[in-house]
Design a protein around this ligand. Structure first.
Ligand SMILES: [Zn+2]
Length: 203
């Protein structure tokens, strides 16, 4: 892979929790691929898909929990294809071959428009992000101030977990999962466990 000196490479895939297991070995062992020893592959699942996974995938692979990752919908091409709905009337009576050609042409046009408009699109999103950062920082500071003396402990814990995550130990991020109340079973504090807590503990 020629990446002009870029070492941190984020790969976002809908089922990365399965896909990443042997990914590095397959790249290294494939005679048709090469990758720098300095390359740091950062695995992630986009926010659109990660909520369909088990709870662990959220903390281990969602971009919300990866320092430096953006949280935009850039992974989803599907939202760009909504305009294809307009050609369904003209393709519903075509032959299969004609239908495929019409769709190919419109999708190529969609991809072309995405490419030529990406700079203005990124600039628009950046300007919105600059404005949103002010509000987000204010809310974040309020939240932090309400945490009291716990904040330093929590920050130390998450920094350690993020260091482990960056070194490939994704399970370290399970520390972000809600923790169960005492005497209630279950790995995470799910809705089911919460019902149990209400029933058994009366709180
Ligand atoms: Zn998963």
């Amino acid at each position: 892979m020629g990446l002009n000196g870029l070492n941190d490479i984020m790969i976002i895939y809908d089922v990365m929790c399965q896909y990443h297991v042997n990914l590095w070995d397959r790249i290294v062992n494939n005679p048709n691929l090469s990758i720098s020893d300095k390359a740091n592959l950062i695995m992630a699942i986009g926010l659109f898909h990660v909520h369909g996974h088990i709870d662990e995938c959220l903390f281990r692979l969602a971009m919300s929990f990866i320092p430096g990752a953006g949280m935009v919908d850039g992974e989803i091409l599907g939202s760009l294809w909504v305009q294809l709905n307009d050609i369904s009337r003209s393709t519903c009576t075509t032959t299969l071959a004609h239908c495929a050609e019409v769709f190919d042409n419109h999708m190529n046009d969609s991809n072309w428009n995405k490419m030529v408009n990406i700079v203005s699109s990124v600039i628009t999103k950046y300007r919105k992000a600059v404005v949103g950062l002010v509000d987000s920082k204010e809310y974040f500071d309020q939240l932090n101030s309400s945490a009291g003396e716990h904040m330093q402990t929590w920050q130390a814990e998450i920094r350690e977990a993020e260091r482990d995550q960056a070194e490939g130990n994704l399970k370290a991020m399970d520390i972000m999962a809600p923790r169960n109340p005492p005497n209630c079973p279950g790995k995470f504090f799910t809705t089911e466990v919460w019902s149990c807590h209400l029933w058994r503990c009366g709180a």
